[in-house]
Design a protein around this ligand. Structure first.
Ligand code: NI
Length: 172
């Protein structure tokens, strides 16, 4: 297991649509283990494979990290099967450190996915877990939480992003 470097905005890999996983082999298991270690090390509540430069539809989520309820969810080829309601809450991203903002998400989702062994399962989630799952599935489609902002929040975020040291460095 190894902590992998996390790509930072505006790395173009974060903008690409990731490929569905077809082979449930040792390489995938290693990726999942490394992603979990990288997420816990950061620390964060979710991580998608494109954030470590792997354009595959894999995400890990644990919104209870550091508590007895801690549980690692491994989502391979995840799909939102149903969603309902709406929640608004503060969101951030390990690929965009230094900024957070309030993002609207479904209050409840049912996600269908495969585990690292290729076994299908469904997961019903609400609250922060639903939010994290939506955020990570967005990553697999090249979408970042800052893209979900509208109006003045979007304009303000654009200015804040330009001022981030690693964004300035990338633009130089
Ligand atoms: Ni993120």
């Amino acid at each position: 297991m190894a902590v992998r470097p996390i790509l930072l905005f505006p790395d173009p890999t974060l903008r690409r649509v990731a490929q569905a996983v077809g082979e449930f082999d040792a390489r995938l298991r290693e990726l999942v283990e490394d992603m979990a270690e990288t997420m816990y090390d950061a620390p964060g509540v979710g991580l998608a494979a494109p954030q470590v430069g792997i354009e595959m539809r894999v995400a890990v989520v644990d919104v209870e990290v550091g508590t007895p309820a801690s549980r690692l969810h491994v989502l391979v080829n995840p799909r939102i099967l149903a969603s309902e309601g709406r929640q608004t809450g503060e969101e951030g991203c390990l690929s965009i450190p230094g900024v957070t903002d309030s993002v609207d998400r479904p209050a409840r989702v049912t996600v269908g996915a495969l585990d690292a062994g290729g076994r299908p399962f469904e997961l019903a989630a609400e609250g922060l877990l639903a939010r994290a799952i939506c955020h990570e599935i967005d990553h697999l489609d090249g979408i970042l939480f800052v893209d979900r902002l509208t109006g003045l929040r979007k304009e303000s975020m654009a200015r804040r992003l330009r001022r981030l040291p690693y964004v300035r460095e990338a633009g130089a």
